[in-house]
Design a protein around this ligand. Sequence first.
Ligand code: MN
Length: 294
Amino acid sequence: MTTDVTTAKEILGIYQPGSTHMVGDGFPVRNLFPSNDLDRSVDPFLMLDYAGPQHFSATDHSRGVGEHPHRGFETVTIMYDGAVAHRDSAGNSGVIGSGDVQWMTAASGVVHEELHETQWAKQGGTFQAIQLWVNLPQAQKMSAPRYQTLLDADIPAVALEHGAGRLRVIAGTFQGQKGPARTFTPVELYDLQLEAGARVELTLPEGQSTSVFVLQGRLSVNGAKSAGEAELVVLKRQGSLVVLEVEQESRILIMSGKAIDEPIARYGPFVMNTKAELVQAVEDYQAGRMGHLS
Ligand code: MN
């Protein structure tokens, strides 16, 4: 007799972008959360912005977001098309292009800028990226900032069985391949390209908050009605099995993480545990204690 304890995760809901706006003058985003009030369903994730795909004409102007702070969490920028240059008050800087990921741990606080990279902007082109915010446990919210540039070449790509497509492991593990991101709580972050007609079964760590974001294409998750461009399928925590049935060639992002389950207090670019900590964050920023760009 075989014992199979793998249970399929139930669908909590399928969500369309809850808001559409420009971030600075460089990032035309569709927001999936927090605009959809998903709250604890996506814990440890705090925010998901899908930028583009949008064509930008050639310019000498630096489009993007100028100096601004963050405290209490991590910002993860996944580039699909285009290039972003980043600089922060902890002295880190870098450029990420197609296939690269920047994993910035703001923790106790940084001030940074995120701009279209100069040479890319001079030529123009299609810009497509995701920014995901990952919360930090209380114990790490005031730890030192850090910065990880995860280059395309360092992100393992696993060929899926039966020519179903490929899966890039940004964080966590898939079929023994470990993603390069160092995380504070267990996170699986996968970038998938899937062929029409494919059926893919994934087993994620039991009990995580899991969601599937569709950048392009159309597919069904665990037998629900299918989801298309810019839709987010949110699964319930219980269970571990995710089955994808691909109707049209698709590009998707799977986010799964162990919920932190601590109080969340948020105000713009600061996410802490209490209101008093938010007041402190604003004071510290205004007093220059998160530094400045040189
Ligand atoms: Mn930022």
